[in-house]
Structures are given as structure tokens and as C-alpha cells.
Design a protein around this ligand. Structure first.
Ligand SMILES: NC(=O)c1ccc[n+]([C@@H]2O[C@H](COP(=O)([O-])OP(=O)(O)OC[C@H]3O[C@@H](n4cnc5c(N)ncnc54)[C@H](O)[C@@H]3O)[C@@H](O)[C@H]2O)c1
Ligand SMILES: O=P(O)(O)OC[C@@H](O)[C@@H](O)[C@H](O)[C@H](O)CO
Length: 401
């Protein structure tokens, strides 16, 4: 049986990629550091996925799996990487630097034992994650890195399925997901033959799919969460049913779509994609939280991430972006974050807003800073109605009807 290493046994590792790999005939070996999840996976050798929508729910059992704790069994983890047929990561953008040493050791062992090609599917929400992880691994490998990495494909993937955080009370490995199951990957990232994976599609050039995912899906998701926090909602489906929030999220999506479409991707398809997405945000059974979707504004408001990345693309393509600036203003007010990764941004904005805007978003021009500051003041008073009229007026000055 072919072997696949799934680095990260969390929401996406178990709830999406692990499923597709197992259903494609691979034995799936999860690498993780969460003892409870690892022990339960090894005891049961299977786990349950519940797919939910507003209409129905369905349960499936994922088999042919086992797990290795990389903290306590590093040697076994390296061995798994050295001998597998395919690998994927879903650990979180901030965690890649911690797993790079083990991945590098596994790759080096493959090189020393003349093992064939390894393709690594990178299932993280990070622009150019392929180059990022490759560089981390190059640093680990030192001088010989080019030779060692000759047979390793770093493959960007766009993960569309939304998987919420599970409640403490559920069985440790149970997971609830939405039904979306297409796995988009970068055709140019693979080395050798494309692996056969259920629901996997390989595209080239891939940039437009990554932009669609990050600057529409994740951007729209984040803006929903930031405005939801201002209005006091707990779940994404509650927020997207609020007419003012839905209007702003839609307007942000149109700004992004117009910028992405300038590279030849049909605007109509991008708008259809966004319409379906907003419908998917309304999945009441998924119970995806504002906290999960919004957390870590230090990463999410950065210049290459979902909102400011979209703004930068709009600037490059001369597309107006009033509502995306509202997205930034709302993000600067977000403090609902158990991980504390939003606290620095929130406190900096409270202390010196203009300085915080430049520090955390890279935005430094006077007009954008002024617009964000004015929207921030309105949102601080929870006045989304005035913020919307401000955006409309600002937009009409920029657009000739
Ligand atoms: N949840 C979603 O809806 C979703 C959808 C698309 C993409 N993503 C992306 O997928 C990635 C994973 O997200 P997730 O929701 O599955 O997160 P998660 O927190 O559920 O899973 C991450 C897993 O990585 C493990 N981990 C953390 N540090 C580790 C280390 N040093 N070594 C080994 N394992 C370690 C954690 O224990 C956890 O099981 C992120 O980049 C996220 O942006 C998530
Ligand atoms: O995973 P993050 O923190 O980068 O972003 C939060 C959500 O937008 C994200 O996890 C989406 O659910 C996912 O990317 C959907 O495809």
C-alpha cells in the first residue's frame, strides 16, 4: 500500500487531506504533537468525519491511518518522511519553521538512500508558501541543499473546505466539516508524475487560484469575523445573516474580484465563486466561530495576507478599494482571540493608530491612513451604518458613473 505522511492531524489534516488521501488508497501517517489526538488515532486506527449543511448531515469513517508523535518519536517521524510516497502539511503558517528541521532530516535521508521523488502538498493559508518552506529547509540542509532538494516538489494548495474548531466535549478525533471537497493544487509545483488523489485538480499557472482563495475566500471570511466581533456575534453564520455585514463583505469581494480579473480570469466566474462562498458562510450546522476565523490579526493584517494583500493588488490594478480599507479598520479593533495573537495589534492601534497602521499593515500613504482612521473611529463606536455611508461617498468620488 502507498504511504502518505500528513504533517498536522488537526482540522484540515484529519478533516480534509487525511480523508482524501485515505480514500485514494494511501495509508495515512499523521505527524503531530497533540498526545490526546495521537493516542486516540493509534488506539482506534480510524476516525469519524461528520459533513454538515443546512439541509442534512452525513458520517464517514476514515481508515488505514496511524499517528506519530514528533516530540517523543522524532526518529520514527523522520523515517516516515524518508520512506513515504507523498506528503502534505497542515500545521499553520506560524508553525512551519518548527517542523522544518524534521522535514529536512527526512528529505536528507531520502537523498542518502536514493529514494524517489517526494511531492509535498502545502495546505496552509500563506502566499508563496512553497518558496517559504523550501527556504526554511534549505537553511537546515546547508551547502548540499540544491542537490538534496532536486527530487522534492513543493506544491502550493488552495484549501477551500472550512473546518471549525471542535468542542472540548466531543470525542477527541471526531471532526465536523462542510461538504466542499475540491483540492486545488499548483501543477507547476510537482516533480514527476502527478499523484492520483480523489478530488485533486492541478492547475497552472496557479497564482490566480491562490489569489481567489486568499484575497476573496479568506479576506471575506476575515472581514465577516471582524465586523461580527463589533456587532457581538459568536458564529460566522449569524454575522453573514446581518444585512450590513453581508453588504460590506460582498463589497470587499467585488473589489478583490475586479483586481484579480485584470489578469484574464473571468469576472463573472469570480463573482459566482463569491456568491457560493457567502452562501457557504451561512452554514448554521458548521458553527464556525468568529474567534477561529478572525484570530491572529498580526498575521491576517500583514501586507502579504488576505486583506492588505488584496488592497495592494487593487492598487497595482487601479481598482478602488474603500471597503477593503473598512476591513482593515475592523481588524484593528479585533481582540476576541484566545491565542493572544491579536493583542499587540489591538493595543498598538489604541495607543497610536497611525503608527499601528504602518507597523502592522505596511500601509503608509496619507489618504489610506486617513480613511482607515476615520472608519476606525466610527467602528469603535459600533456605528457600521455611518462607516458604510462613508465608504459609499468615498467610492463615488473615485468612480465615474
Ligand atoms: N480549518 C480550516 O477551515 C482551514 C481551511 C483551509 C486552510 N486552513 C489552513 O490549514 C492549516 C492548518 O489549520 P487547521 O485548522 O487544521 O489547524 P489546527 O490547529 O486544527 O491543526 C494544526 C495541527 O498542527 C499541530 N501542530 C502544531 N505544532 C506542531 C508541531 N510543531 N509539530 C507537529 N504538529 C504540530 C497541532 O497539534 C494541530 O493538530 C493552517 O495553515 C490553516 O490556515 C485551515
Ligand atoms: O486558517 P486561517 O487562520 O488562515 O484563516 C481562517 C479561515 O479563514 C480559514 O481557516 C478558512 O476556513 C479556510 O481557509 C477555508 O478554506
Amino acid at each position: 500500500m502507498k504511504k502518505a505522511v500528513m504533517y498536522g492531524a488537526g482540522n484540515i489534516g484529519r478533516g480534509f487531506i487525511g480523508q482524501l488521501l485515505s480514500q485514494s488508497g494511501y495509508e495515512v501517517i499523521f505527524l503531530d504533537i497533540n498526545e490526546k489526538i495521537i493516542d486516540t488515532l493509534n488506539k482506534d486506527r480510524k476516525y469519524k468525519i461528520t459533513t454538515v449543511s443546512n439541509e442534512n448531515e452525513q458520517q464517514i469513517i476514515i481508515e488505514n491511518i496511524r499517528a506519530i508523535n514528533t516530540k517523543t518519536h522524532e526518529k520514527e517521524a523522520i523515517d516516515a518522511i524518508a520512506t513515504c510516497d507523498l506528503m502534505a502539511t497542515a500545521v499553520g503558517a506560524n508553525v512551519l519553521k518548527y517542523i522544518a528541521p524534521i522535514v529536512a532530516k527526512g528529505i536528507l535521508r531520502r537523498y542518502e538512500t536514493q529514494k524517489e521523488v517526494l511531492n509535498i502538498l502545502l495546505c496552509e493559508n500563506l502566499l508563496h508558501v512553497d518558496k517559504y518552506l523550501k527556504n526554511l529547509i534549505k537553511n537546515e540542509l546547508g551547502e548540499e541543499s540544491n542537490l538534496v532538494l532536486r527530487n522534492v516538489g513543493f506544491v502550493e494548495a488552495s484549501i477551500g473546505r472550512m473546518v471549525p474548531v471542535m468542542l472540548e466535549a466531543t470525542y477527541p478525533t471526531d471532526i465536523t466539516v462542510e461538504s466542499f471537497e475540491v483540492l486545488h493544487t499548483d501543477k507547476d509545483g510537482y516533480i514527476g508524475e502527478l499523484p492520483v488523489i480523489k478530488k485533486m485538480i492541478a492547475y497552472a499557472p496557479f497564482e490566480v487560484y491562490i489569489r481567489r482563495k486568499l484575497f476573496m475566500h479568506n479576506m471575506g471570511h476575515a472581514v465577516t469575523a471582524y465586523l461580527a466581533a463589533i456587532k457581538g456575534y459568536t458564529y460566522i453564520h449569524e454575522a453573514i445573516s446581518d444585512i450590513e455585514i453581508k453588504y460590506c463583505v460582498y463589497a470587499c469581494g467585488i473589489e478583490s474580484a475586479q483586481a484579480i480579473a485584470t489578469d484574464g480570469y473571468p469576472l463573472k466566474e469570480l463573482i459566482n465563486f463569491y456568491d457560493r462562498l457567502i452562501y457557504r458562510f451561512n452554514n448554521k450546522q458548521l458553527k464556525d466561530t468568529v474567534e477561529r476565523v478572525g484570530r491572529d490579526t498580526k498575521r491576517k493584517l500583514a501586507s502579504n495576507d488576505r486583506i492588505v494583500g488584496a488592497i495592494n493588488l487593487c492598487k497595482e490594478k487601479h481598482i478602488p478599494y474603500a471597503y477593503l480599507l473598512l476591513g482593515v479598520a475592523s481588524g484593528l479593533l479585533f481582540e476576541l482571540d484566545e491565542s493572544q495573537h491579536s493583542l499587540e495589534v489591538f493595543n498598538d492601534a489604541k495607543t497610536d493608530l497611525r503608527k499601528a497602521i504602518t507597523k502592522h499593515t505596511g500601509i503608509s500613504n496619507d489618504e489610506d491612513t486617513e480613511v482607515i482612521s476615520r472608519l476606525y473611529a466610527m467602528l469603535q463606536k459600533k456605528d457600521l451604518t455611518s462607516a458604510i455611508s462613508f465608504c459609499e461617498k468615498f467610492k463615488s468620488e473615485k468612480i465615474v458613473d
